[in-house]
Each structure stands twice: as C-alpha cells, then as structure tokens.
Design a protein around this ligand. Structure first.
Ligand code: SF4
Length: 258
C-alpha cells in the first residue's frame, strides 16, 4: 500500500470515529483541547508525507518490558490446553464450531474484553474478526497501536446460538478462563466492550452509558474503561464519538503508565 493510500485510509478511519479534522498546526490542537475540556492528550495528527499516525502524548508502551516472573506466552498456552475442547457449559452442545480463546500480545499493557464470539469468530477461531472486529481494529489504530500490540478476548469463549445473550450459567462457568487470562497478561488497562464485559468486570448492573467515560480501578493495578461494543457502534454510528472520547482516556492512561 502506498503512503498516500495509507493516509487516506487513516483519515477515513478518524472521520468514522467522529474526529472532525486533523492538522499539525499547534493552535488547532489547543483549540480542540480547550473546546473539549478534557485532560486527555490532544487529537492525533497525521505526519505529512510519512503516512503514519503520531500521538501527541508520544508512543504509549506497547507491551510490558523486562522479563515477567512467569512466561506469559507459556502460561496462556497452558491455559488454552487446559480448556481443550471444552464441554463445561451447555454451549458446547449448541452448535459452536470451536473454542475462541483470545488473540494478541501476551505481555500487552492494553486488553480488550468483549462478550462472545459471533459467526465469523466461530468460523475463524479468533475474536473480533467480522465487521465489528474490523471496527475494533480501527479503534485500536486510532490510538497509535496495532492489533498485535494488544490482547483481545471475550467473556464467553463459545458462540451462543443465533448470537443470543449468554446465559448466567454460561458466564459463571466460562468467567474463570477470562480471569486467568487477565492474571497472566497483567494489563495496565482493560477496555470493556459493551454491557456484558462491563457488568462482569465491575460487578455492576448500571447501563453502559453511565459506566463509560470514566476510569474504574478494579484491583491489581488495573484500570478499566468501559465503552460501547463495536457491534453496537455499527448499529448506532452516532455513538462513535463517545467511544473516541473513551479511547482518548485509554491513551492517556497508557502514556501515564509508561
Ligand atoms: S463457553 Fe466457556 S465454559 Fe462453555 S463450553 Fe465454551 S469454553 Fe467451555
């Protein structure tokens, strides 16, 4: 892909996320920050001629540095092996093709947690690979990261039939796997994508619209930022701007923890 095509693609991506313009001019950045009245870093700027995205806050850390006391890759592989061709909850007999474990950097500072695999994910064996997944990739790239820099998982590892909501017994049975993934990866920040992930990780039943826009410490040095699920954003694109605001919070948290 040429630099020019990359720039066009990035501009379209930011436009979809509700960013109203990009400029390298310092006064534009100051105006945007003052108008929005937040303390998050200023909007991103496109490096002229470089075809890349620059973060005003500098590049946030992509992964934990140094040797972890536990080999996170090996620990995740051991967990995946332990899950196996899981039959622990009723979903194993309701048409799922495979367990969709999770994907990404085992040492990531940033983790995304969604609800459950859909049809595309069930077929591919990877979370967030359908249209909602493509939007999630754009959201990740909007804060200057790549999909492979973060870790992506779901509350439920198997596809509910017809994409129905997970049943409480399914959540309760599968939840320990997510908790173990979090314990292994030890991210600095978790983005809960949608109601199910936010409710589980915050032990709250408040609407996602009330939970988002704020940072929730959840113990272990982890800060949780709820936002809308990308599938919801596809149905309600007017809420993309809210998710962009949430992602600016995430970007600031990552820069702060560098
Ligand atoms: S949803 Fe979780 S607990 Fe249920 S069968 Fe799949 S992996 Fe096992």
């Amino acid at each position: 892909m040429t630099d020019r095509r990359q720039i066009v693609r990035h501009l379209r991506m930011f436009n979809e996320l509700g960013v109203q313009g990009v400029s390298r001019d310092a006064s534009w950045r100051a105006r945007a920050t003052a108008a929005e009245g937040d303390e998050a870093p200023a909007p991103v700027a496109i490096a002229s001629g470089a075809g890349s995205v620059e973060s005003e806050a500098g590049d946030p850390p992509l992964a934990r540095e140094g040797a972890a006391t536990v080999d996170s890759d090996a620990a995740l592989a051991a967990l995946r092996a332990n899950i196996g061709d899981c039959t622990r909850c009723p979903l194993h007999a309701q048409g799922r093709r495979q367990v969709v474990f999770g994907v990404g950097n085992a040492h990531a500072h940033l983790m995304f947690v969604g609800e459950a695999p859909g049809a595309d994910e069930d077929r591919e064996g990877e979370p967030f690979v359908g249209r909602a997944g493509q939007l999630l990739t754009k959201i990740i790239e909007a804060i200057g990261l790549r999909r492979e820099d973060v870790y992506i998982a779901n509350v439920i590892k198997c596809r509910p039939p017809g994409n129905r909501n997970p049943e409480p017994i399914e959540v309760a049975t599968c939840e320990p796997f997510l908790r173990e993934q979090i314990a292994i990866i030890q991210p600095k920040v978790i983005v809960a994508l949608g109601t199910f992930a936010a409710h589980l990780l915050l032990a709250s039943d408040a609407p996602i619209s009330r939970l988002r826009g704020r940072v929730h410490p959840i113990g272990g040095g982890i800060r949780l930022v709820p936002t809308f699920h990308p599938a919801f954003l596809l149905r309600s694109p007017e809420r993309k701007r809210d998710t962009w605001e949430d992602m600016k919070i995430v970007r600031a948290l990552l820069a702060e923890s560098a």
